[in-house]
Design a protein around this ligand. Structure first.
Ligand SMILES: Cc1cc2nc3c(=O)[nH]c(=O)nc-3n(C[C@H](O)[C@H](O)[C@H](O)COP(=O)(O)OP(=O)(O)OC[C@H]3O[C@@H](n4cnc5c(N)ncnc54)[C@H](O)[C@@H]3O)c2cc1C
Length: 387
């Protein structure tokens, strides 16, 4: 196997500590959280208390000034264990960075320490019942009133952390006639009049993840609720586009780690399981299948690690990140399918991690921009964009 060169000894020490945290605070409870459809709030507070939320934020805002690899390690470890109910990644590496990069100083001081401590859980709400891939088609509006306030109306769906969320970054049109150029990111807090959290959605996988609908009925906002204040009003789309490469890499990181875990489980299972008097691993088909999967996951890991190097240098372009997202998540689903097959009927039983991992993998090709949209982005970078 090619040795990974991304991480130093401090990173690996952090990995050990976070792994222990997962073993103690997540593993024993995850099955119960799947049953109830959400993780206990306590696991957010414990993560905050241990410095596992928003570690990459500057210390002045409650973070540890850590580099992004510390977050990568958390994503890898959560994916490796199959702890897909835990929404730390989206909270720490999508929601908090929007506020850090685009927020006013007052917004940063108000929200970031609370996100870092776990006092607040963050979500981002772009998708609507009639607009997912076509984000420009969103219907939610935040229209300025004569008194300078804004009224937010609309609904969102499929929102990760949506049921727990105390702070939601909502994508809304502040100038509907201007299309993408009339879009803003607005900050909505739990308890605001007119903001309701809908039901937790029943899903094929990610059963412990509180994916929800959100409803906004004349929620009154001030200019302070526009992310970045008046200066960034109508510039929400630009902010969304700038953050895409890192957001897509997060999905690729989890894809590779989950796929490697599935291979490891399957190697062990096929060594232990006897059929026709010999281990399943003794069949040539088993060994070749696993060899093929391991080869592809190795290739994926090297590519993803290279992309992460570029992320650290702020040089990763959106098309390359899209390649990583689409290719690794397609691979993840293929690996889950092959590994499940090698488990036979036990691979269809929920108590086996491969079964959950198979179900959890499927959405990776859909969210964060579907893999078809990834290919659109790649074609555009090749000068092949659709008319
Ligand atoms: C578990 C889960 C969690 C999610 N979390 C969040 C979240 O936290 N925040 C958030 O805002 N959203 C979230 N989403 C929404 C997710 O980002 C969207 O589901 C996704 O972008 C696809 O949008 P859609 O579901 O409307 O599908 P559609 O856009 O209706 O797509 C349907 C099909 O058409 C294809 N298609 C669409 N346009 C094109 C095109 N131009 N060319 C070729 N094919 C095309 C798609 O690839 C897909 O196969 C989540 C979704 C799920 C399932």
């Amino acid at each position: 196997m090619i040795e990974r060169t991304l991480f130093n000894a401090d990173h690996e020490g952090f990995r050990d500590a976070f792994r222990k945290f997962c073993d103690k605070e997540i593993a024993p409870f995850h099955e119960a959280w799947e049953e109830q459809g959400y993780v206990d709030r306590e696991v957010w507070r414990k993560a905050g208390a241990n410095g596992y939320l928003c570690a990459t934020l500057p210390e002045q805002y409650g973070g540890s000034d850590a580099d992004k690899l510390y977050s990568v390690i958390q994503m890898e470890e959560l994916a490796r264990g199959g702890w897909t109910g835990i929404g730390y990644g989206l909270h720490s590496e999508i929601v908090a960075p929007y506020i850090l990069h685009y927020g006013t100083e007052a917004q940063k001081q108000h929200y970031l320490p609370k996100l870092a401590s776990g006092e607040m859980v963050g979500a981002i709400a772009m998708s609507e019942p009639a607009a997912g891939s076509d984000l420009q088609g969103i219907k939610s509006t935040a229209i300025k009133q004569a008194d300078g306030s804004y009224l937010l109306n609309g609904s969102k769906t499929f929102i990760t952390n949506g049921w727990h969320a105390d702070l939601v970054i909502v994508v809304a049109k502040t100038d509907p006639a201007a299309g993408a150029k009339g879009t803003s990111l607005v900050l909505v807090e739990r308890g605001m009049k007119g903001f309701e959290t809908g039901k937790r959605l029943k899903k094929l996988g990610l059963k412990a993840q509180d994916t929800s609908e959100l409803f906004f009925d004349n929620v009154r906002l001030t200019a302070d609720h526009i992310l970045g204040g008046p200066a960034l009003e109508n510039r929400g789309f630009v902010c969304l586009m700038e953050q895409l490469p890192w957001e897509r890499m997060q999905i690729a990181v989890t894809a590779v780690s989950a796929a490697q875990a599935a291979i490891d489980w399957t190697v062990q299972y096929t060594k232990d399981r006897k059929v026709f008097g010999q281990p399943v691993a003794a069949f040539q088909n088993t060994r070749y299948t696993l060899a093929e999967m391991q080869t592809e996951v190795q290739v994926a890991r090297v590519f993803v690690d290279k992309c992460l190097e570029l992320v650290l240098q702020d040089k990763l372009d959106t098309a390359t990140a899209s390649m990583a997202k689409y290719w690794t998540t397609d691979l993840q689903c293929k690996v889950m399918d092959e590994c499940l097959q090698l488990h036979g009927g036990y691979g269809f039983m929920w108590e086996y991690p491969i079964t959950r991992a198979y179900a959890d993998a499927r959405v990776q090709r859909i969210y964060g921009g579907t893999n078809e949209i990834m290919k659109e982005v790649i074609t555009r970078s090749m000068g092949l964009g659709a008319k």
